[in-house]
Design a protein around this ligand. Structure first.
Ligand code: IYR
Length: 222
């Protein structure tokens, strides 16, 4: 048991309300410009940029502050090729047999298929893992809490940080993706959450003509 210890809140800066409103609108407008892309340019991205975005992701709140996440930043072409081959194997199964017709119909507007060339083209893949439990340096296991929620929040911050930095992403979830543990040498208690494909869009990148739900539809004030 570790007793609670407190320190003064130093990072919080109060702002005038009109400035808060300006910032809130500017932020909403900026994140609204984010689009998931599937056509990645091979243009290199400085590793430092990705590092800073992962640092932002690591500030996410988590169950009992256990920070049950691990990010594997993959730039090695051989590892990317292995990931592409394994993902395309699963996706071929998905598109030809596993997915029920209703699911395939839901995906139609996105125009996706089993070809995942971006897994090799994009300069970085970030494989995000959730740690099902923690392990002390001497090998003892301890509980993690709300792992999916915590890793989901961290991933949201990561996507937002990358967008804010001027990069584009794709959230990719081949299923199952246990192959990531083997290719990336991660222990069995780490569960792959998703692959984030990171880079620049090609100059002729196209995105699906789909819309976001309007505010009124996603919020209720009462
Ligand atoms: N994982 C597959 C299928 C897929 C599923 C959903 I739900 C999407 O929003 C997009 C794709 C693929 O990556 O093609």
């Amino acid at each position: 048991m570790t007793k609670a210890r407190f320190v003064p809140l130093e990072g919080y800066h109060a702002l005038p309300v009109d400035e808060m409103e300006r910032r809130a609108t500017a932020f909403a407008d900026e994140v609204a410009r984010r689009r998931t892309i599937r056509q990645f340019s091979p243009r290199p991205v400085p590793r430092r940029l990705v590092e800073e975005c992962v640092r932002a992701a690591g500030t996410a709140p988590s169950g009992a502050n256990r920070q049950p996440w691990h990010f594997v930043v993959v730039e090695d072409p051989d590892a990317k090729r292995q990931i592409r081959e394994a993902a395309e194997r699963e996706e071929r199964e998905f598109y030809t047999t596993r997915a029920p017709p209703e699911w395939l119909e839901a995906l139609e507007p996105l125009g996706t298929d089993e070809q995942k060339p971006f897994l090799e083209t994009a300069p970085f893949l970030i494989a995000i893992f959730g740690e099902r439990y923690g392990v002390t340096p001497d090998g003892h296991q301890f509980q993690h809490y709300y792992v999916t929620e915590s890793v989901g929040i961290a991933t949201g911050i990561l996507i937002t940080a990358l967008h804010h930095a001027g990069l584009a992403t794709l959230t990719h979830t081949p299923s199952p993706m246990k192959f990531l543990n083997e290719i990336l040498g991660r222990p069995a208690h780490e569960r792959p959450f998703l692959i984030l494909v990171v880079g620049y869009p090609t100059s002729d990148a196209m995105v699906p003509d789909i819309q976001r739900k309007p505010l009124e539809e996603i919020v209720t004030f009462r």
